[in-house]
Design a protein around this ligand. Sequence first.
Ligand code: NAD
Length: 365
Amino acid sequence: LFAPRAVTLTSAAAPCSVDSGRLRAWVARLFAAAGCGGEEAEAIAASLVLSNLYGHDSHGVALVPMYLDDLRHGFAVPGAAVRIERDDGALLTLDGGRGFGQIVGRQAMALAIERARQHGCAVVGLHDAHHLARIGEWAEQCAAAGMTSVHFVNVRSTPVVAPWRGTDARLVTNPFCVGVPREPHPLVLDYATSAIAVGKVRVAHAKGVPVPEGMLIDAAGRPTTDPAVMLGEPPGALLPFAQHKGYALAVMCEVLGGMLSGGRVQDGTHRGGVFNNMLSIVIDSRRLRSGAEQEAQIAALERWVKASPLADPRAPIQLPGEPERATERERQRQGIPIPAATAAALRAEAQRLGIDDPPFARQEQ
Ligand SMILES: NC(=O)c1ccc[n+]([C@@H]2O[C@H](COP(=O)([O-])OP(=O)(O)OC[C@H]3O[C@@H](n4cnc5c(N)ncnc54)[C@H](O)[C@@H]3O)[C@@H](O)[C@H]2O)c1
Protein backbone atom coordinates (compact mmCIF):
# COMPACT_ATOMS: atom_id res chain seq x y z
CA LEU A 1 0.00 0.00 0.00
CA PHE A 2 2.74 2.40 0.88
CA ALA A 3 5.31 1.32 -1.66
CA PRO A 4 6.72 4.13 -3.81
CA ARG A 5 4.20 3.39 -6.60
CA ALA A 6 1.47 4.83 -4.35
CA VAL A 7 3.30 8.01 -3.47
CA THR A 8 1.25 10.77 -4.95
CA LEU A 9 0.18 12.60 -1.85
CA THR A 10 3.08 14.87 -1.14
CA SER A 11 4.34 17.98 -2.72
CA ALA A 12 5.98 21.16 -1.60
CA ALA A 13 4.09 22.97 -4.42
CA ALA A 14 0.77 24.68 -3.71
CA PRO A 15 -2.25 22.41 -4.27
CA CYS A 16 -4.99 23.22 -6.74
CA SER A 17 -8.60 22.54 -5.82
CA VAL A 18 -11.38 20.81 -7.68
CA ASP A 19 -15.14 20.44 -7.37
CA SER A 20 -16.03 17.03 -5.91
CA GLY A 21 -18.69 16.23 -8.54
CA ARG A 22 -16.36 16.93 -11.46
CA LEU A 23 -13.58 14.92 -9.83
CA ARG A 24 -15.92 11.99 -9.18
CA ALA A 25 -17.14 11.93 -12.80
CA TRP A 26 -13.58 12.06 -14.12
CA VAL A 27 -12.29 9.29 -11.82
CA ALA A 28 -15.23 7.11 -12.91
CA ARG A 29 -14.28 7.66 -16.58
CA LEU A 30 -10.71 6.66 -15.75
CA PHE A 31 -11.73 3.35 -14.13
CA ALA A 32 -14.18 2.62 -16.94
CA ALA A 33 -11.36 3.15 -19.43
CA ALA A 34 -9.23 0.77 -17.35
CA GLY A 35 -11.78 -2.04 -17.78
CA CYS A 36 -14.25 -1.62 -14.90
CA GLY A 37 -18.00 -1.79 -15.49
CA GLY A 38 -19.84 1.53 -15.44
CA GLU A 39 -21.43 1.09 -11.99
CA GLU A 40 -18.24 -0.33 -10.58
CA ALA A 41 -16.21 2.62 -11.86
CA GLU A 42 -18.74 5.03 -10.36
CA ALA A 43 -18.69 3.24 -7.00
CA ILE A 44 -14.87 3.38 -6.83
CA ALA A 45 -14.88 7.06 -7.76
CA ALA A 46 -17.63 7.95 -5.26
CA SER A 47 -15.82 6.17 -2.43
CA LEU A 48 -12.41 7.74 -3.08
CA VAL A 49 -13.80 11.24 -3.54
CA LEU A 50 -15.87 10.89 -0.34
CA SER A 51 -12.63 10.11 1.53
CA ASN A 52 -11.21 13.37 0.16
CA LEU A 53 -14.37 15.25 1.13
CA TYR A 54 -14.05 13.87 4.66
CA GLY A 55 -10.44 15.03 4.86
CA HIS A 56 -8.82 11.58 4.59
CA ASP A 57 -6.70 12.39 1.56
CA SER A 58 -4.53 9.34 2.22
CA HIS A 59 -7.58 7.27 1.21
CA GLY A 60 -8.86 9.49 -1.58
CA VAL A 61 -7.90 9.91 -5.23
CA ALA A 62 -4.22 9.66 -4.32
CA LEU A 63 -4.87 5.90 -4.30
CA VAL A 64 -5.89 5.86 -7.98
CA PRO A 65 -2.42 4.99 -9.36
CA MET A 66 -2.07 2.15 -6.85
CA TYR A 67 -5.53 0.78 -7.72
CA LEU A 68 -4.80 0.95 -11.46
CA ASP A 69 -1.42 -0.69 -10.93
CA ASP A 70 -3.09 -3.56 -9.05
CA LEU A 71 -5.69 -3.82 -11.82
CA ARG A 72 -2.96 -4.10 -14.47
CA HIS A 73 -1.18 -6.79 -12.45
CA GLY A 74 -4.32 -8.82 -11.77
CA PHE A 75 -4.31 -8.07 -8.02
CA ALA A 76 -7.65 -6.26 -8.32
CA VAL A 77 -10.30 -8.12 -10.30
CA PRO A 78 -12.93 -6.01 -12.07
CA GLY A 79 -16.46 -7.37 -12.00
CA ALA A 80 -15.80 -9.67 -9.01
CA ALA A 81 -18.59 -10.19 -6.48
CA VAL A 82 -18.64 -11.75 -3.00
CA ARG A 83 -19.14 -15.50 -2.85
CA ILE A 84 -20.73 -17.01 0.26
CA GLU A 85 -18.23 -19.57 1.48
CA ARG A 86 -19.85 -20.50 4.79
CA ASP A 87 -23.42 -19.78 5.83
CA ASP A 88 -24.49 -20.40 9.39
CA GLY A 89 -27.37 -17.97 9.68
CA ALA A 90 -26.01 -15.12 11.76
CA LEU A 91 -22.46 -16.10 10.78
CA LEU A 92 -21.16 -15.68 7.25
CA THR A 93 -17.79 -16.11 5.61
CA LEU A 94 -17.46 -14.31 2.30
CA ASP A 95 -14.74 -14.56 -0.31
CA GLY A 96 -14.13 -11.16 -1.87
CA GLY A 97 -12.38 -12.70 -4.87
CA ARG A 98 -9.98 -9.71 -4.99
CA GLY A 99 -12.87 -7.56 -6.15
CA PHE A 100 -12.66 -3.84 -5.56
CA GLY A 101 -13.42 -3.09 -1.92
CA GLN A 102 -15.96 -0.50 -3.02
CA ILE A 103 -18.00 -3.32 -4.57
CA VAL A 104 -17.39 -6.35 -2.36
CA GLY A 105 -17.35 -4.26 0.85
CA ARG A 106 -20.79 -2.87 0.01
CA GLN A 107 -22.13 -6.32 -0.91
CA ALA A 108 -20.75 -7.81 2.32
CA MET A 109 -22.37 -5.11 4.45
CA ALA A 110 -25.70 -5.54 2.64
CA LEU A 111 -25.63 -9.24 3.52
CA ALA A 112 -24.60 -8.45 7.10
CA ILE A 113 -27.48 -5.99 7.50
CA GLU A 114 -29.96 -8.51 6.10
CA ARG A 115 -28.75 -11.21 8.50
CA ALA A 116 -28.72 -8.82 11.46
CA ARG A 117 -32.37 -7.94 10.69
CA GLN A 118 -33.22 -11.65 10.78
CA HIS A 119 -31.17 -12.70 13.80
CA GLY A 120 -30.59 -9.50 15.81
CA CYS A 121 -26.91 -9.50 14.97
CA ALA A 122 -24.55 -10.88 12.38
CA VAL A 123 -20.86 -11.67 12.28
CA VAL A 124 -19.52 -11.45 8.76
CA GLY A 125 -16.00 -12.25 7.67
CA LEU A 126 -14.94 -10.85 4.31
CA HIS A 127 -11.59 -12.13 3.11
CA ASP A 128 -9.50 -11.38 0.07
CA ALA A 129 -11.13 -8.12 -0.83
CA HIS A 130 -8.95 -5.70 -2.72
CA HIS A 131 -8.41 -2.50 -0.70
CA LEU A 132 -11.47 -1.59 1.41
CA ALA A 133 -10.35 2.05 1.55
CA ARG A 134 -11.95 4.14 4.32
CA ILE A 135 -13.42 1.57 6.70
CA GLY A 136 -15.84 4.17 8.08
CA GLU A 137 -17.73 3.88 4.79
CA TRP A 138 -18.86 0.38 5.84
CA ALA A 139 -19.88 1.55 9.31
CA GLU A 140 -21.86 4.36 7.65
CA GLN A 141 -23.66 1.87 5.40
CA CYS A 142 -24.63 -0.14 8.49
CA ALA A 143 -25.68 2.98 10.42
CA ALA A 144 -27.86 4.15 7.53
CA ALA A 145 -29.75 0.86 7.97
CA GLY A 146 -30.08 1.50 11.72
CA MET A 147 -27.28 -0.90 12.67
CA THR A 148 -24.42 -0.48 15.12
CA SER A 149 -21.23 -2.10 13.82
CA VAL A 150 -17.68 -2.97 14.80
CA HIS A 151 -14.98 -3.75 12.23
CA PHE A 152 -11.57 -5.35 12.71
CA VAL A 153 -9.30 -5.15 9.67
CA ASN A 154 -6.02 -6.66 8.61
CA VAL A 155 -4.06 -5.50 5.61
CA ARG A 156 -2.07 -7.88 3.45
CA SER A 157 0.62 -5.60 2.08
CA THR A 158 4.27 -4.77 2.72
CA PRO A 159 4.64 -4.32 6.51
CA VAL A 160 5.20 -0.76 7.74
CA VAL A 161 4.39 -0.91 11.47
CA ALA A 162 6.68 -2.34 14.16
CA PRO A 163 5.26 -4.42 17.01
CA TRP A 164 5.58 -2.72 20.40
CA ARG A 165 9.16 -3.39 21.65
CA GLY A 166 10.20 -4.60 18.17
CA THR A 167 12.71 -2.95 15.84
CA ASP A 168 11.38 -3.57 12.34
CA ALA A 169 8.06 -3.52 10.46
CA ARG A 170 5.90 -6.63 10.85
CA LEU A 171 2.34 -5.30 10.59
CA VAL A 172 0.45 -2.94 8.33
CA THR A 173 -1.82 -0.25 9.77
CA ASN A 174 -4.71 -2.47 11.01
CA PRO A 175 -7.67 -0.09 11.03
CA PHE A 176 -10.36 -0.47 13.68
CA CYS A 177 -13.81 1.04 13.30
CA VAL A 178 -17.07 1.41 15.24
CA GLY A 179 -20.23 3.02 13.89
CA VAL A 180 -23.38 3.96 15.82
CA PRO A 181 -26.54 5.26 14.14
CA ARG A 182 -27.57 8.75 15.09
CA GLU A 183 -29.53 11.53 13.41
CA PRO A 184 -28.57 13.34 11.31
CA HIS A 185 -25.12 11.68 11.18
CA PRO A 186 -23.74 8.52 12.81
CA LEU A 187 -20.95 8.40 15.34
CA VAL A 188 -17.94 6.87 13.59
CA LEU A 189 -14.64 5.90 15.15
CA ASP A 190 -12.36 4.92 12.28
CA TYR A 191 -8.60 4.90 12.48
CA ALA A 192 -5.42 2.99 11.87
CA THR A 193 -3.63 1.55 14.90
CA SER A 194 -0.30 3.13 13.90
CA ALA A 195 0.83 6.33 15.65
CA ILE A 196 0.92 8.20 12.35
CA ALA A 197 -0.26 7.55 8.82
CA VAL A 198 2.40 6.89 6.19
CA GLY A 199 0.88 9.68 4.10
CA LYS A 200 1.59 12.14 6.90
CA VAL A 201 5.21 10.95 7.13
CA ARG A 202 5.57 11.60 3.42
CA VAL A 203 4.10 15.10 3.78
CA ALA A 204 6.62 15.88 6.51
CA HIS A 205 9.42 14.56 4.30
CA ALA A 206 8.32 16.70 1.35
CA LYS A 207 8.19 19.78 3.57
CA GLY A 208 11.55 18.95 5.15
CA VAL A 209 10.13 18.99 8.68
CA PRO A 210 10.47 16.34 11.43
CA VAL A 211 7.54 14.25 12.63
CA PRO A 212 6.64 14.41 16.34
CA GLU A 213 8.56 12.18 18.73
CA GLY A 214 7.34 8.66 19.47
CA MET A 215 6.06 7.83 15.99
CA LEU A 216 8.98 6.39 14.04
CA ILE A 217 12.01 4.18 14.36
CA ASP A 218 14.88 3.96 11.88
CA ALA A 219 16.12 0.81 10.17
CA ALA A 220 18.24 -0.02 13.23
CA GLY A 221 15.19 0.28 15.50
CA ARG A 222 16.26 3.59 17.07
CA PRO A 223 13.62 6.26 17.81
CA THR A 224 13.77 9.09 15.27
CA THR A 225 11.78 12.11 14.11
CA ASP A 226 13.32 12.01 10.60
CA PRO A 227 10.60 11.09 8.05
CA ALA A 228 13.28 10.11 5.48
CA VAL A 229 13.73 6.76 7.26
CA MET A 230 10.49 5.46 5.71
CA LEU A 231 11.91 6.01 2.23
CA GLY A 232 15.30 4.45 3.00
CA GLU A 233 16.46 0.98 1.99
CA PRO A 234 16.04 -0.82 4.32
CA PRO A 235 13.23 1.38 5.62
CA GLY A 236 12.39 2.26 9.21
CA ALA A 237 8.98 1.61 10.70
CA LEU A 238 5.97 3.36 12.20
CA LEU A 239 5.23 2.70 15.84
CA PRO A 240 1.78 1.62 17.05
CA PHE A 241 -0.35 4.36 18.63
CA ALA A 242 -0.46 4.60 22.44
CA GLN A 243 2.43 2.17 22.94
CA HIS A 244 1.27 -1.32 23.95
CA LYS A 245 -2.41 -0.32 23.69
CA GLY A 246 -2.35 0.34 19.95
CA TYR A 247 -0.15 -2.68 19.34
CA ALA A 248 -2.48 -5.00 21.28
CA LEU A 249 -5.46 -3.67 19.31
CA ALA A 250 -3.53 -4.25 16.05
CA VAL A 251 -2.90 -7.86 17.09
CA MET A 252 -6.64 -8.32 17.64
CA CYS A 253 -7.31 -6.79 14.21
CA GLU A 254 -4.96 -9.43 12.78
CA VAL A 255 -6.59 -12.26 14.72
CA LEU A 256 -10.23 -11.26 14.15
CA GLY A 257 -9.86 -9.45 10.83
CA GLY A 258 -7.18 -11.68 9.33
CA MET A 259 -7.81 -15.11 10.84
CA LEU A 260 -11.53 -15.28 11.80
CA SER A 261 -12.60 -13.66 8.54
CA GLY A 262 -11.27 -16.68 6.67
CA GLY A 263 -8.27 -14.72 5.40
CA ARG A 264 -4.63 -14.73 6.44
CA VAL A 265 -2.71 -12.91 9.12
CA GLN A 266 0.56 -11.08 8.45
CA ASP A 267 3.18 -13.81 8.40
CA GLY A 268 5.82 -12.63 5.97
CA THR A 269 4.30 -14.52 3.03
CA HIS A 270 2.54 -11.64 1.30
CA ARG A 271 3.69 -10.99 -2.28
CA GLY A 272 2.28 -8.09 -4.26
CA GLY A 273 -0.98 -6.15 -4.29
CA VAL A 274 -3.02 -4.78 -1.40
CA PHE A 275 -5.75 -6.86 0.17
CA ASN A 276 -7.99 -6.38 3.15
CA ASN A 277 -9.60 -8.97 5.36
CA MET A 278 -12.31 -7.69 7.68
CA LEU A 279 -14.49 -9.13 10.42
CA SER A 280 -17.66 -7.09 10.97
CA ILE A 281 -20.04 -7.45 13.88
CA VAL A 282 -23.35 -5.87 12.95
CA ILE A 283 -25.99 -5.36 15.65
CA ASP A 284 -29.63 -4.45 15.18
CA SER A 285 -29.23 -2.18 18.18
CA ARG A 286 -32.86 -1.03 18.27
CA ARG A 287 -33.64 -4.50 19.57
CA LEU A 288 -31.47 -3.70 22.60
CA ARG A 289 -32.59 -0.08 23.20
CA SER A 290 -35.23 1.86 21.29
CA GLY A 291 -34.01 4.42 18.77
CA ALA A 292 -35.38 7.21 21.00
CA GLU A 293 -33.50 5.90 24.06
CA GLN A 294 -30.29 5.62 22.09
CA GLU A 295 -30.65 9.18 20.80
CA ALA A 296 -31.37 10.50 24.31
CA GLN A 297 -28.38 8.73 25.85
CA ILE A 298 -25.98 9.90 23.16
CA ALA A 299 -27.31 13.46 23.48
CA ALA A 300 -26.78 13.32 27.25
CA LEU A 301 -23.22 12.11 26.78
CA GLU A 302 -22.55 14.79 24.19
CA ARG A 303 -23.87 17.57 26.45
CA TRP A 304 -21.79 16.28 29.34
CA VAL A 305 -18.43 15.91 27.55
CA LYS A 306 -18.82 19.14 25.59
CA ALA A 307 -19.46 21.11 28.79
CA SER A 308 -15.81 20.59 29.73
CA PRO A 309 -13.97 23.94 29.61
CA LEU A 310 -11.90 24.03 26.41
CA ALA A 311 -8.13 23.72 26.61
CA ASP A 312 -7.96 25.85 23.46
CA PRO A 313 -11.00 27.97 22.54
CA ARG A 314 -10.28 27.42 18.82
CA ALA A 315 -10.43 23.64 19.18
CA PRO A 316 -13.92 22.43 20.13
CA ILE A 317 -14.65 19.10 21.80
CA GLN A 318 -16.11 16.76 19.18
CA LEU A 319 -17.63 13.31 18.96
CA PRO A 320 -16.12 10.70 16.64
CA GLY A 321 -17.34 11.38 13.10
CA GLU A 322 -17.76 15.12 13.61
CA PRO A 323 -14.39 16.24 12.16
CA GLU A 324 -15.20 14.48 8.88
CA ARG A 325 -18.54 16.26 8.56
CA ALA A 326 -16.94 19.63 9.24
CA THR A 327 -14.30 19.00 6.57
CA GLU A 328 -16.98 17.83 4.16
CA ARG A 329 -18.93 21.09 4.58
CA GLU A 330 -15.78 23.11 3.95
CA ARG A 331 -14.67 21.07 0.92
CA GLN A 332 -18.12 21.04 -0.63
CA ARG A 333 -17.84 24.83 -0.58
CA GLN A 334 -14.21 25.35 -1.45
CA GLY A 335 -13.35 22.24 -3.46
CA ILE A 336 -10.95 19.41 -2.75
CA PRO A 337 -7.26 20.36 -2.58
CA ILE A 338 -5.13 18.24 -4.91
CA PRO A 339 -1.38 18.30 -4.26
CA ALA A 340 0.84 18.75 -7.32
CA ALA A 341 2.27 15.23 -7.12
CA THR A 342 -1.23 13.71 -7.07
CA ALA A 343 -2.29 15.92 -9.99
CA ALA A 344 0.74 14.84 -12.02
CA ALA A 345 0.15 11.15 -11.27
CA LEU A 346 -3.53 11.39 -12.26
CA ARG A 347 -2.62 13.19 -15.48
CA ALA A 348 -0.14 10.43 -16.32
CA GLU A 349 -2.85 7.79 -15.79
CA ALA A 350 -5.23 9.74 -18.05
CA GLN A 351 -2.63 9.83 -20.80
CA ARG A 352 -1.91 6.14 -20.39
CA LEU A 353 -5.60 5.29 -20.71
CA GLY A 354 -6.32 7.87 -23.42
CA ILE A 355 -8.96 9.90 -21.59
CA ASP A 356 -9.24 13.65 -21.08
CA ASP A 357 -7.02 15.42 -18.56
CA PRO A 358 -8.24 15.59 -14.94
CA PRO A 359 -10.51 18.57 -14.22
CA PHE A 360 -7.99 20.78 -12.49
CA ALA A 361 -5.82 23.54 -13.82
CA ARG A 362 -2.15 23.04 -14.68
CA GLN A 363 -1.15 25.81 -12.28
CA GLU A 364 0.72 23.40 -10.07
CA GLN A 365 3.36 22.49 -12.68
N1 NAD B 1 -8.22 -0.06 4.14
C1 NAD B 1 -7.10 -0.05 4.83
O1 NAD B 1 -6.31 -0.97 4.75
C2 NAD B 1 -6.78 1.10 5.74
C3 NAD B 1 -5.61 1.08 6.50
C4 NAD B 1 -5.34 2.15 7.35
C5 NAD B 1 -6.21 3.21 7.43
N2 NAD B 1 -7.34 3.19 6.67
C6 NAD B 1 -8.28 4.32 6.71
O2 NAD B 1 -7.57 5.54 6.77
C7 NAD B 1 -8.41 6.53 7.33
C8 NAD B 1 -7.60 7.46 8.18
O3 NAD B 1 -7.07 6.76 9.31
P1 NAD B 1 -6.25 7.58 10.41
O4 NAD B 1 -5.64 6.60 11.35
O5 NAD B 1 -5.33 8.57 9.74
O6 NAD B 1 -7.44 8.36 11.12
P2 NAD B 1 -7.33 9.63 12.11
O7 NAD B 1 -6.14 9.52 12.98
O8 NAD B 1 -7.52 10.86 11.27
O9 NAD B 1 -8.62 9.42 13.04
C9 NAD B 1 -9.89 9.54 12.48
C10 NAD B 1 -10.92 9.14 13.50
O10 NAD B 1 -10.76 9.91 14.70
C11 NAD B 1 -11.93 10.70 14.91
N3 NAD B 1 -11.50 12.00 15.41
C12 NAD B 1 -10.56 12.81 14.85
N4 NAD B 1 -10.42 13.91 15.58
C13 NAD B 1 -11.28 13.82 16.63
C14 NAD B 1 -11.61 14.65 17.73
N5 NAD B 1 -10.99 15.82 17.92
N6 NAD B 1 -12.54 14.24 18.59
C15 NAD B 1 -13.18 13.03 18.41
N7 NAD B 1 -12.91 12.20 17.39
C16 NAD B 1 -11.97 12.59 16.50
C17 NAD B 1 -12.57 10.82 13.56
O11 NAD B 1 -13.94 11.13 13.62
C18 NAD B 1 -12.31 9.42 13.01
O12 NAD B 1 -13.20 8.50 13.56
C19 NAD B 1 -9.53 5.76 8.02
O13 NAD B 1 -10.71 5.95 7.28
C20 NAD B 1 -9.11 4.30 7.95
O14 NAD B 1 -10.18 3.38 7.81
C21 NAD B 1 -7.65 2.16 5.85
